[in-house]
Design a protein around this ligand. Structure first.
Ligand code: FES
Length: 287
């Protein structure tokens, strides 16, 4: 008997916002192409600084904008017949000065610049966004360091990992796991608070007690605020899975911390080390 397809095969691309790249990776005049939720898309930034996401292929005869296309002022110019399109997808001119063909409309995708990242909306029925990822101030935090992994996975798997208490002990070897606030769902937003003890990196004392608050906005954007109360250290760890082709995701992991003001709390010897160096070290250790 033929087995039923798994839910991930049925729904490879859940509706929601997904992180495409960091905001500062897209400079004015730049075009970046991505495979996103089974589609070829581009994002570009106009010379005036506005970011836009569109299909990668020109509606005229299908040339790929990222292969020779150029940002021209507030538009993107196709490399084949030099038609230009604005950030709404409207054709503003042809390469030979003729009347713009009425059907030459470039498909655009909803885009937001949030919290240092560029997000693009995916909706299976092509509906407009029903919710937003909120602004969260990064003031007083280090820059977010990110690393990308290409995995054979699904956004649900990497996001539900944060509430999978069972694996905390056996995979991460956390102990004394407590639920400080049960997982609560409000539309696309999931919130929960946990605490546990874990091994400290070398020089950071013995076991560390950590409290973590999970904020998940849909399946594409989540982060945990981590507090190490004894040391007065706070970090944010970001998990951004982006569905690529139905079988793979690009998993962007990010980390930022608040500058460490009192390194002597961690280890008396560290009181002599400049705070900037301790902060830099803690960020790279993923404290
Ligand atoms: S294919 Fe783009 S302008 Fe002709």
């Amino acid at each position: 008997m033929e087995s039923l397809p798994t839910p991930t095969k049925l729904y490879p691309y859940p509706n929601g916002w997904y992180v495409i790249c960091k905001q500062d990776e897209l400079k004015p005049g730049q075009i970046i192409d991505k495979k996103f939720a089974g589609k070829d898309i581009i994002i570009f930034r106009t010379e005036g600084g506005k970011a836009a996401a569109t299909d990668a292929y020109c509606p005229h005869m299908g040339a790929h904008f990222a292969h020779g296309g150029k940002v021209q002022g507030e538009t993107i110019e196709c490399p084949f017949h030099f038609f230009c399109f604005d950030t709404e997808g409207t054709c503003t001119k042809t390469g030979y000065g003729t009347k713009v063909p009425p059907k030459a409309i470039l498909k655009t995708h909803h885009l937001r610049e949030r919290n240092g990242f560029i997000l693009v909306w995916h909706d299976a029925k092509d509906n407009a966004p029903e919710w937003e990822v909120p602004e969260v101030s990064n003031e007083g935090w280090t820059e977010i360091m990110t690393t990308d992994f290409k995995l054979r996975s699904h956004p649900q798997e990497t996001t539900e990992n944060a509430v999978d208490l069972g694996h905390f002990a056996v995979v991460h070897e956390y102990t004394d796991i407590e639920v400080l606030r049960e997982a609560k769902v409000d539309g696309p937003y999931l919130n929960a608070v946990y605490a546990f003890s874990r091994k400290a990196p070398m020089g950071w004392g013995k076991d560390l007690r950590a409290e973590i608050e999970l904020h998940a906005h849909g399946l594409g954007y989540s982060f945990v605020e981590v507090i190490l109360p004894k040391l007065g250290v706070r970090s944010r760890q970001y998990v951004f899975p982006m569905p690529v082709d139905g079988e793979h995701i690009n998993l962007k992991i990010g980390m930022s911390i608040q500058p460490i003001e009192n390194p002597g709390k961690i280890n008396p010897l560290l009181a002599l080390v400049p705070k900037k160096i301790i902060t830099w070290f803690a960020l790279r250790q993923g404290i």
